[in-house]
Design a protein. Sequence first.
Length: 226
Amino acid sequence: MSKLFRAVIMGPPGSGKGTISERIAHSFGLKHISSGDFVRENIAANTEAGVLAKAYMKKRLLVPDHVMTRLLLPRLEEMTKYSWLLDGFPRTLAQADALNSICDLDVVINLNIPLETLKERLRHRWTHPSSGRVYNMYFNPPRIQGLDDITGEPLIQQEDDRPEALVARLRHYKDIAKPVIDLYKAKSILYTFSDTETDRIWPNISTLLSTKIPIVQSDARCASTH
Ligand SMILES: Nc1ccn([C@H]2C[C@H](O)[C@@H](COP(=O)(O)OP(=O)(O)OP(=O)(O)O)O2)c(=O)n1
Ligand SMILES: Nc1nc2c(ncn2[C@@H]2O[C@H](COP(=O)(O)OP(=O)(O)O)[C@@H](O)[C@H]2O)c(=O)[nH]1
């Protein structure tokens, strides 16, 4: 059997991590692990780490490294048989070091999107709070305005997505992501994509992954699409 594939997707809020992760999972058959969704699931299930995480998220703070690693590492260890794509983790160098201690990454996709584009997208991002599903009123609107496609529940605009909040979030992202980006650059596994449109970035990511994903995965993809 060929080697399993391990990838991470990084980028500031609104850069398209969730949108692109879904396309990668669909096209290449990788398991998509969204750290934000996983945190929300743990909060909903009232796990010990979920209770800790909730206290930070309520204050709109990032969850500390030790809580995030306690949540994510066991989840990844359950996935040793699968190829996966990790979205939203690691965010800090400490998280990257913890990840490094349990696996070798093949590819890190780094999304580099202009600030004005991020502001514009997040201004129109609507979220289904309990699942974390996101919509954009122009790019991928819900079937019925203001309602989640799956549950029919109301969508909300998160405080954090307001342009005023975004500038601070982005500055914070840049500070904590820089050493992580430098680490992956030094390992020669960082691939940076810069554009204002996901639809223009996607073909380049798809080409990259087609050259990297092991044969077993590509065969599985062909089998499921023909
Ligand atoms: N490594 C991580 C991943 C997540 N979280 C917490 C804080 C986030 O606010 C929340 C939700 O994470 P998401 O990645 O879903 O969403 P965000 O709104 O933070 O980011 P984005 O706008 O990039 O989707 O989980 C965290 O503290 N540390
Ligand atoms: N207009 C526009 N919106 C996009 C594009 N790509 C993603 N979006 C929307 O922008 C928002 C942020 O994307 P998301 O995938 O949630 O980014 P994340 O925060 O990095 O996970 C969502 O509302 C997406 O639907 C794009 O190319 N153009």
